[in-house]
Design a binder for this molecule. Sequence first.
Ligand SMILES: Cc1cn([C@@H]2O[C@H](COP(=O)(O)OP(=O)(O)OP(=O)(O)O)[C@@H](O)[C@H]2O)c(=O)[nH]c1=O
Length: 621
Amino acid sequence: MVLCPVIGKLLHKRVVLASASPRRQEILSNAGLRFEVVPSKFKEKLDKASFATPYGYAMETAKQKALEVASRMHQKDLRTPDMVIGADTIVTVGGLILEKPVDKQDAYRMLSRLSGKEHSVFTGVAIVHCSSKDRQLHTRVSEFYEETTVKFSELSEELLWEYIHSGEPMDKAGGYGIQALGGMLVESVHGDFLNVVGFPLNHFCKQLVELYYPPRPEDLRQPVQHDSIPAVDTFEDLSDVDGGGSEPAQRETGSCDEKAEAGVAGQATAEAECHRTRATLPPFPTRLLELLDGFKLSKALLTACKLKVFDWLKDEAPQKAADIASKVDASACGMERLLDVCAAMGLLEKTEQGYSNTETANLYLASDSEYSLHGFMLQNNDIIWNLFTHLEFAIREGRNQHHRVLGKKVDDLFQDAYYRSPETQLRFMQAMHGVAKLTARQVATAFDLSRFSSACDVGGCTGALARELAREYPGLQVTVFDLPDVVELAVHFQPAGPQAAQIHFAAGDFFRDPLPSAELYVLCRILHDWSDDKVHKLLSKVAESCKPGAGLLLVETLLDEKKREAQGSLIQSLNMLVQTEGRERSRGEYQCLLELHGFHQVQVVHLEGVLDAMLATRVAP
Ligand SMILES: Cc1cn([C@@H]2O[C@H](COP(=O)(O)OP(=O)(O)OP(=O)(O)O)[C@@H](O)[C@H]2O)c(=O)[nH]c1=O
């Protein structure tokens, strides 16, 4: 792309930099941009796991920073800026995203991870174009990212600590500043240096060129060159075609527009063509295409788990694709492609020596690790994937699709589908165990439950949550109540330990049999499996078993009231349609259900990930 002078185009606009970073301010003012600084109040806490790529996360954070400032400024003084610029810089190494360290130890962890290795620095940038109509704020966003690779030397402990004690790492992604003392650590840089410092100025200017000098029709007839710059939204009000002033002079400069030579008439034609071009060139649907590829990425992850790729690579020296292929009876060419995708997804690390697990893979994907989600992955691969292939039928019929997958009627969801054989039951329990272990600690500590001396985890499966409750409250006796077949297998999941004496298993069907008595009842991801009728039935049984003052701890994924925002919960609700008789519900819906059954004083705590915990107290009928 030919770079044209674009910064001047912004001179008469109200430009705002939504960033507190002094480096970004310096880079942009050195480039001659005039702008105000309004640091964003957006909390950088997006769920990284919900992004297919690290740069997707950085771009979204940049966008949210800029949008927060745009809407705050609009609300506050109704002097809407013309443009708000947001940016977010992250460092990625071995599939991990590093942001600013929270303390010196954190800086030490980050820098030792980077020592002697190559890492990537991504800066996501969002340019938010604002306008105001009828006092309403309208925004259009162009976004892009830049990647630079940086190689660090091996760093001695002494140097690491000396650098950390200088204080420089604390406000910088990855814990270093390449522009200052941190420059000592760097062996080589590949790509835009300023991108590492915090703002990819060159790419920003190219982006502005795309906006202010849209391609002419004859340019479009040339074969399209796809480079790393995604096409962007174009805006009627951006090119200043009616603005007189500097526009013709700008167009005459450089090789941007030979048409200026054709005089005023030629200019009018060029402008008309520009308008046509803008009308025929929609923004490139990057996000849409990423969504489309989502299922392929999921299937690659599930297949790698099924083939136990992460088990073969755990605690081993790097291995070649052919070695892994021979161990799992697969083709070398197929395995290489699978491993490359896993590396691109941040699950494996690929070097000259071969492939090795990232920390994420060691922690969650190897089948024998403490927090393994391997069972959950297999459940998704072997059961849920098949159910989702019938999504169209699920939508048409409004019910789950086990009958289609199994080729027979399913009357009892658990007995006929999930527990239809010892093998499917064990896989289901392993899946639930993995998920429960991941969230049990947060659930157990969401509220102060120390006033209860006994608890009953209704449908508590392997007792993973019971164990955390027992650990957190040494005075608490916990009964796990579940179907007899489940209770029989659950013992295999219970490690020995001091909590064992606090945990008891009781067999029964919570729709038919009396519930064990307790001061606190726990329903963790149970109600979402069932229809409203069955939810009422279960809640009234729990209510009958409770004395006034007893507690009910409910853990579910809450939908936002308008069902618009919480993508993770909305997809869970679709998942419930395909798999169960139930659905996810909103906080308001649960509150109504609870109050109807005599549970009041409902408190809600949002947990990390998609879960929410609610604690309610039974009042006298
Ligand atoms: C790798 C590297 C990063 N940084 C700084 O790290 C911060 C990233 O954090 P952020 O969240 O993107 O920005 P911020 O500082 O919190 O500001 P804001 O945009 O308001 O969120 C920015 O400052 C960057 O310059 C350097 O100064 N030098 C380097 O070599």
